[in-house]
Ligand binder design. Structure first.
Ligand code: GLA
Length: 693
């Protein structure tokens, strides 16, 4: 037997192999004691055999092989150049163990194949990074390559993966484990609203705040495939890789993206904190990490395509007065882009709308103390555009394809397309002091192709190298391209096109399982929401935006005095708190009332926190049920203050103490009895500040 052990202070991952065969993960969970006998552990975990079974149970290896009588999905599906299936049988070559990294190398001599698996642990964040690579001496067609395969926990009844739609991202689906496969295979060619590549597997009884939970995120923007399979012997496997068949050309080297895997013994929040911190501290690369996140103003919902300089200047002036620090000029500034039927790819300033170029607007924005950002949708082209007329062959997919928002995608695998985009985008970024690009992607691809994603990554990398001060926001009709792959290259996500605070509250709550405060864009929208028709109070809209990286997107001229006052105050509060909130953990609370969606943002040192308790619906019971907090020190005492107690409605007639004054309570009480909040209307948010005394 061979054994390898990885530990990060919280979890252990033990791999073992029988002789030269590929290893399997024989233990993944709370860290094992020093000196655990790995041979004994492996022997103890061997399964019995009974009637109807093979004489020995095939390993559930990190890349299950069809040649080993493995009864489930293999981790690798390949064909040779002639199309004949290759059924590899890998044998051990070498293992490299260096600090927190383990690299395992296996070879199949007969087929000239090399398989490499890499695992890396992180003692700070407790996220395991795992990737696999396959190399071949001759060109092969790859159908499927799983990142190293993890076992699914046995004491788990269901798994949660993520679906969604435009204006409704991060919807969690619970699927009971049962024999067979739960498969997600994303054919859209982008991460997609529909298929956020994450999985949460809670063990029985786990909630947001307690219990064992396993979490996964696949860092790839071209669409993923997930296979969560229960075998007839009861074992479970979890595979993640690029969507099947998206390597469309034969090749001699293929690699998976990084699979981020986490074990938590503190419920879903244990996974959430690990992912939030890992993304923030290990993946994101801000040009100026010390600069606090600026309050955004984005003009999309104020003017759409109707750009007019005096109006934009007036809007900018008002946005700055409300507290905005970055002005983002959205779609409509280039070509003859008067609506969404034309001009994508004609990235030249529209002289009709900007006779003197962008300079005067940027100067105005700068004079107001704001920085300037601009919208691009680089990978797209309208058939009605100068560039399409010149280069119809640059578009990806057949001529008679169905358009999406009247547009096609460009073929990003072509170097001349990337060069063209680099030059056009680079011309704008060189000519002007731009510190931010909103990078959009508003349609699915005509067919999924990994080369497209690699092309996009290469273009972003090249632009970032040339313009290292520019931050990039990943947008795809809202949250259609959010994953740890794109976030290694960008700095913010436009979580959703929904500026409806009620929808946002839900989307943000689930997205927080993966995304920290600093990366999650959230804007105060118009009084009457453009995507839902809902009319929501400014207090609710402002506080929901203040839960994340705050911004405004309404026409500020619509705000009455009271609305402007509330928004200015909440924005000031946000600015006073953004520094510590930028390093805080977002903890989802277990709310006794399903109408309440609540979270606690807790400072790194545990010394302070803020609770946002959003009332998403009317409750069935009459008065609020206490809301339990989490991760406090039981014996410490906390000063608790209802920050916006002035928002209590006249229908709240009683005297819960928080309505009139702060209280000091122990962590024990707050975590076990909880906070008793005043009665409120639905679509309102209570904001509670806590400080250790
Ligand atoms: C997408 C984005 C919006 C906006 C428009 C512009 O829908 O998600 O925020 O930028 O494109 O066309």
């Amino acid at each position: 037997m061979r054994h390898w052990s990885l530990a990060d202070g919280r979890q252990s991952l033990i791999l073992a192999s029988d002789g030269a065969r590929l290893p399997q993960i024989v233990y993944w969970g709370p860290q094992l004691p020093e000196g655990e006998d790995l041979a004994a552990l492996t022997a103890a975990g061997a399964l019995d055999v009974t009637g109807g079974m093979l004489d020995r149970t095939p390993d559930l290896s990190i890349c299950p092989e069809a040649t080993q009588s493995f009864p489930g999905q293999p981790g690798l599906m390949l064909r040779d150049a002639e199309g004949t299936s290759i059924l590899p049988a890998f044998r051990f070559v070498e293992a490299e163990e260096e600090g927190d990294r383990l690299v395992l190398l296996y070879r199949d001599q007969r087929h000239g194949l090399t398989y490499r698996a890499t695992f890396a642990t992180c003692g700070d964040t407790h996220v395991i990074e795992a990737r696999s690579t396959i190399e071949s001496a001759a060109p092969v067609h790859l159908h499927w390559l799983a990142a190293p395969v993890f076992p699914g926990p046995q004491l788990s009844d269901e798994m949660h993966d993520f679906a969604g739609r435009w204006c409704g991202e991060f919807q969690m689906n619970a699927t009971p484990w049962s024999p067979g496969i739960r498969c997600r295979d994303n054919r859209t060619g982008r991460t997609g609203h529909e298929h956020f590549p994450g999985l949460i597997v809670p063990c029985r009884g786990a909630t947001n705040t307690q219990g064992q939970t396993f979490g996964f995120q696949y860092g790839w923007s071209g669409g993923h495939r997930m296979v969560a399979e229960e075998l007839s012997d009861g074992r479970r496997q979890i595979q993640f890789g690029h969507a099947a068949g998206t390597e469309t050309s034969p090749g001699m080297r293929f690699e998976s993206a990084t699979l981020y895997a986490v074990f938590s013994d503190e419920g879903i929040n244990g996974c959430a904190v690990a992912f939030q911190r890992h993304l923030r501290d290990r993946i994101l690369r801000f040009p100026r990490p010390d600069r606090p996140r600026p309050v955004h103003y984005n003009c999309w919902e104020a003017v759409y395509f109707d750009h007019n300089m005096p109006e934009l200047k007036e809007i900018a002036t008002r946005a700055a007065a409300l507290g905005a620090e970055r002005f983002v000029l959205d779609d409509g500034w280039f070509g003859n882009r008067d609506d969404d039927t034309r001009a994508l790819s004609d990235w030249v300033v529209d002289a009709r709308k900007y006779p003197d170029g962008l300079g005067p607007l940027i100067e105005h924005v700068h004079a107001l103390g704001m920085t300037f950002g601009i919208w691009f949708e680089p990978e797209m082209i309208n058939p009605d555009s100068e560039v399409h007329r010149r280069h119809p062959d640059w578009a990806l997919g057949p001529d008679d394809q169905i358009l999406g928002r009247n547009q096609k995608a460009l073929d990003m695998a072509r170097a001349e397309v990337r060069d063209f985009l680099f030059d056009r985008i680079g011309a704008i970024l060189s000519a002007h002091p731009v510190d931010y690009v909103k990078w959009d992607h508003n349609r699915v691809l005509p067919m999924a192709d990994a080369a497209q994603t690699r092309g996009t990554y290469a273009l972003i990398d090249r632009l970032r190298h040339a313009f290292p001060q520019v931050e990039i926001e990943s947008c795809a009709s809202g949250g259609g391209r959010i994953d740890f792959g794109i976030l290694g290259r960008t700095h913010r996500v436009w979580l959703s096109d929904s500026n409806d605070a009620l929808e946002r509250l839900k989307i943000q709550h689930n997205a927080a399982i993966f995304l920290p405060f600093v990366v999650t864009g959230s804007h105060v929208g118009p009084r009457e929401c453009h995507t839902s028709g809902r009319v929501l109070d400014i207090r609710f809209r402002a506080w929901v935006a203040a839960q994340r990286h705050m911004g405004f997107e309404m026409d500020p001229r619509e705000l009455d005095e009271e609305e402007a006052r509330v928004l200015t105050e909440v924005t000031e509060w946000w600015k006073r708190n953004r520094e510590w909130m930028g390093r805080a953990d977002i903890l989802r609370l277990d709310s006794a009332d399903p109408a309440v969606i609540a979270e606690q943002q807790q400072a790194e040192d545990g010394g302070r926190f803020v609770v946002f308790a959003g009332k998403a619906a009317t409750s069935t019971q009459t008065v609020p049920r206490p809301l339990r907090l989490t991760r406090l020190s039981p014996h410490a005492r906390y000063r608790i203050e209802l920050l916006n107690r002035g928002d209590a409605s006249g229908l709240s007639r009683g005297e819960p103490v928080l309505k009139s004054q702060p209280v000091v309570l122990s962590g024990q009480y707050l975590m076990n009895h909880g906070l008793t909040l005043p009665w409120s209307f639905p679509e309102r948010m209570w904001v509670v500040e806590g400080e250790r005394v």
